[in-house]
Design a protein around this ligand. Structure first.
Ligand code: PMT
Length: 212
């Protein structure tokens, strides 16, 4: 099978030397890519900038901004049987990016932001993707309810929800504790390494693919 995975943060340029981003390390997405490759599948890894070593034998496509990730996913998703969106995509980007570095002339400065495209939300509605669709939900409250909302709105088969207000899991940690929110049920595997959770997620993905 071919598995498309998004990973890492995006960077949204403010000017030629500054950007907006988030604390995603890419560990969760890269663990998924490594697990899927080891299971003998083709992996297309579309990743924002990370400090991680690339897993062997993945088809790696580096991107920076949400807009770049959007067009790269749009190009490749038709090849995928399973698509997993672990990236922490910036929801907004600066409205204007000047060609020159912004000078610090004023005491205050206001940055106008505009909404980025929702890549996961476009998979079914815009890219007409019909394979298994797995999203993540990074929440700080009402984990299950918010994740179920994302599952329904974005046409996912599974949403992997994590509580990103916790320091010991989620962003940039080696472990995670997640809920698997399916259309008909929710499962709560115990806290574990991102590698082990990646195995569980890939297992669920194959089961969903078999039953589609
Ligand atoms: O990278 P690590 O340090 O290992 O951390 C892992 C993680 C915390 C980043 C990961 O477990 C995680 O939660 N990834 C999703 C982060 C996120 O952006 O969640 P969200 O609830 O804002 O978005 C919901 C889903 O829509 C996600 O699948 C996201 O990839 C996708 N999305 C969001 C916005 C957007 N414009 N396009 C998208 O595709």
């Amino acid at each position: 099978m071919t598995i498309l995975i998004t990973a890492g943060p995006t960077r949204e340029a403010i000017d030629p030397v500054r950007y907006l981003s988030n604390r995603s390390s890419g560990k969760m997405g890269y663990a998924l890519a490594e697990t899927a490759v080891k299971a003998g599948h083709r992996v297309i890894l579309i990743s924002g900038p990370t400090q991680l070593d690339l897993p062997d034998r993945v088809d790696y496509i580096p991107v920076e901004s949400a807009a770049e990730m959007f067009s790269t996913v749009e190009h490749w998703i038709g090849k995928a049987d399973i698509a997993i969106f672990a990236a922490a995509v910036a929801d907004y980007r600066p409205a204007k990016v000047p060609e020159q570095k912004i000078k610090k002339n004023n005491e205050h400065m206001t940055l106008e932001l505009v909404k980025n495209p929702d890549i996961l939300g476009s998979a079914r509605s815009q890219f007409n993707y019909e394979g298994v669709l797995i999203g993540f939900a990074a929440e700080t409250e009402n984990l299950e309810t918010n994740a179920r909302g994302k599952l329904e709105r974005k046409g996912c088969d599974l949403v992997v929800a994590n509580d990103v207000s916790r320091k010991d899991i989620g962003f940039d940690s080696n472990e995670n504790e997640v809920l698997f929110v399916f259309k008909d049920r929710t499962e709560a595997p115990p806290k574990d390494s991102k590698q082990h959770l990646a195995h569980l997620i890939i297992e669920q993905a194959f089961e969903l693919a078999e039953n589609r």
